[in-house]
Design a binder for this molecule. Structure first.
Ligand SMILES: Cc1cc2nc3c(=O)[nH]c(=O)nc-3n(C[C@H](O)[C@H](O)[C@H](O)COP(=O)(O)O)c2cc1C
Length: 159
């Protein structure tokens, strides 16, 4: 069983999710930053794709990977995750913007895995945006380790 976890991450949260998922999966697992490398989905038995949301959008490399490889991804067991600070209707709209509808409908596992705000690591512009728009004035760690576990367990139980 060979698993691809392809992620995009600006400040490391979605990357940490990818690594935590990998640690909980059986078999060979490749954790790959899609901004640096876009592997062939055909080389894998199952696939997890994840990224983080900025101004309502997932990173471009994630989008381009899904668009380029959508036909192959539709042939594989698929899990999708995002890291994002919003919930409810706004979160639903973000899911729609992040992944092609066909992949969202095909994916067996779809989870939001929480978020982090690390003000010191952010660029000046990002720090200003989250302070003004999200009213974030100190670091926040809301990574949802329970959902990470659930996503990994769900994938294991169905493979
Ligand atoms: C400048 C900025 C804009 C953001 N915009 C959104 C947003 O539109 N919707 C959302 O749900 N979360 C938003 N977030 C929260 C990020 O998705 C969250 O911090 C996430 O954990 C970042 O993951 P990363 O470290 O993998 O990039 C924003 C964060 C920053 C810093």
């Amino acid at each position: 069983m060979r698993t691809l976890i392809g992620f995009t991450s600006t400040y490391g949260t979605a990357e940490e999710c990818a690594k935590q998922l990998a640690a909980q999966l059986v078999g060979e697992v490749d954790v790959i930053n899609l901004a640096k490398e876009q592997p062939d989905p055909g080389d894998y038995d199952r696939i997890i794709l994840g990224g983080s949301i900025y101004m309502g959008q997932i990173q471009k490399a994630n989008k381009s990977y899904c668009e380029t490889h959508s036909q192959q991804l539709l042939q594989k067991p698929l899990g999708l995750y995002i890291c994002s600070g919003r919930q409810g209707d706004e979160a639903a709209a973000q899911w729609q913007a992040a992944f092609p509808t066909a992949l969202l409908e095909h994916a067996q596992w779809v989870n939001t895995l929480g978020y982090r705000y690390n003000l010191q690591r952010m660029s000046f512009l990002h720090r200003m945006i989250v302070k003004k728009l999200a009213k974030v004035t100190q670091d926040q760690d809301a990574l949802d380790r329970g959902s990470i576990q659930s996503l990994a367990a769900a994938m294991e139980s169905c493979s």
